[in-house]
Write a protein that binds this ligand. Structure first.
Ligand SMILES: Nc1ncnc2c1ncn2[C@@H]1O[C@H](COP(=O)(O)OP(=O)(O)OP(=O)(O)O)[C@@H](O)[C@H]1O
Ligand SMILES: [Mg+2]
Length: 358
């Protein structure tokens, strides 16, 4: 029952992913030397079948690269992403490898093929691979070495034709040293690593990114193009950007909402805790007032509800239960709204009840 419910959720997530607009290398903004190097390398290896390891801090664009590589690969199948951190071990494995009839109580009658089998001629994106449980790591290694998978409970080895792209923001080398990540899998997936530099190492790209996001926001809202004042741009260029491009995108979006004038001033550029004041305080546009589109107002309220639930609950899972939505949905919404949890270590135990970074 649990398994089926989980699989349905994943399928919905996978569908929303494969159904979204195709991303190509032209959607990756960046002219700094570090970015040009990463883009050139990614373009070179895109048409091959090689496993790719995307490395980079949170919000640097790993998924964007993965999609662009798929688009340029010439593969006729779809791009399917799975977040290895969002599912418990059994569910992750049944999703990846599938299962035979009778493998689980509540499983589909007749069994079910996994994503390896179903991503025919496509790209399977294993996001946050460092969070994959050790036993599943061993199974992924087997699948990669033999280019065959065995469904859970089954004996038959089934060939697959998916290209694998992995991503992580963790220090895989340190995890291997600590024996928290299998070294044999590390060597197998890290053949073609692409390091996406953090935004602080490519500050030259900040004006380009700001312009890109402003242009898209304006055209989406049917307004004329807007720009940042020189002081606002200075503020953007000198900020440390812990959340990288995702954070920059949200800062630009908020500034766009807060400032009505054609030139956006520095008072509308809000970072970190200033944002908390903004979402919980009176600066939120009143429902139905002004020219703020409904979608934007809904986003603001969704973010506020999420922050309050996460602050009150003992864990992300508990917040999900209280809100009546699934754990992966909360994780996806946290990403969308750039809400990060800073883990507390108390009595040697890690807890999710933590300070929220917004
Ligand atoms: N170079 C870029 N040009 C334009 N948009 C970008 C660029 N890099 C990232 N983005 C945008 O920033 C957001 C975050 O990117 P993405 O989800 O690919 O990051 P990530 O590295 O996968 O992050 P995480 O580790 O948190 O999963 C997305 O909306 C993406 O479209
Ligand atoms: Mg990602």
């Amino acid at each position: 029952m649990e398994i089926d419910k989980g699989l349905g959720e994943i399928e919905r997530m996978a569908r929303s992913i494969t159904g979204s607009k195709d991303i190509s290398f032209s959607d990756i903004i960046g002219q700094s030397r570090a970015m040009i190097g990463a883009i050139d390398f990614a373009q070179k290896i895109a048409p091959t079948d090689a496993v790719v390891a995307l490395r980079g801090d949170s919000g640097t664009g790993k998924e964007l690269f993965a999609r662009a590589i798929h688009e340029a690969s010439g593969r006729s199948g779809s791009f399917v992403a799975i977040n290895c951190a969002a599912l418990p071990e059994q569910l992750l494995e049944s999703e990846l490898f599938g299962y035979v009839d009778g493998a689980f109580t509540g499983g589909c009658k007749g069994g079910k093929p996994g994503l390896f089998e179903r991503t025919e001629q496509g790209t399977l994106f294993l996001d946050e691979i460092a969070e994959m449980p050790m036993p599943s790591q061993a199974k992924i290694l087997r699948a990669l070495q033999g280019r065959r998978v065995r469904r859970i409970g089954g004996a038959r080895e089934i060939p697959y034709d998916a290209r694998l792209i992995t991503a992580t923001n963790r220090d895989l080398e340190a995890l291997v040293k600590k024996k928290a990540f299998r070294s044999d899998l590390y060597y197998r997936i890290n053949v073609l690593p692409i390091h996406i530099p953090p935004l602080t190492q490519r500050r030259d790209d900040i004006p380009l990114l700001v312009e890109h996001f402003l242009f898209h926001l304006s055209s989406r809202l049917g307004r004329s193009a807007r720009c940042l004042s020189p002081q606002a741009m200075e503020k953007m260029i000198h900020y440390p950007w812990p959340g990288n491009i995702r954070e920059l995108k949200h800062v630009v979006e908020r500034a766009h909402i807060l400032c009505e004038t054609e030139e956006i001033g520095e008072q509308a550029i809000l970072f970190g805790s200033q944002t908390e004041e903004w979402i919980t305080g009176c600066r939120v546009p009143q429902s139905g007032s002004g020219n703020t589109p409904l979608r934007v107002q809904m986003d603001i309220h969704e973010r506020r509800i999420l922050v309050h639930a996460l602050k009150d609950a003992a864990s992300i899972r508990e917040a999900a239960r209280r809100l009546g939505i699934s754990h992966p949905t909360v994780l996806a919404k946290m990403k969308k709204h750039d809400i990060r949890m800073v883990r507390n270590i108390t009595d040697g135990r890690t807890s999710d009840k933590a300070k929220i970074n917004i």
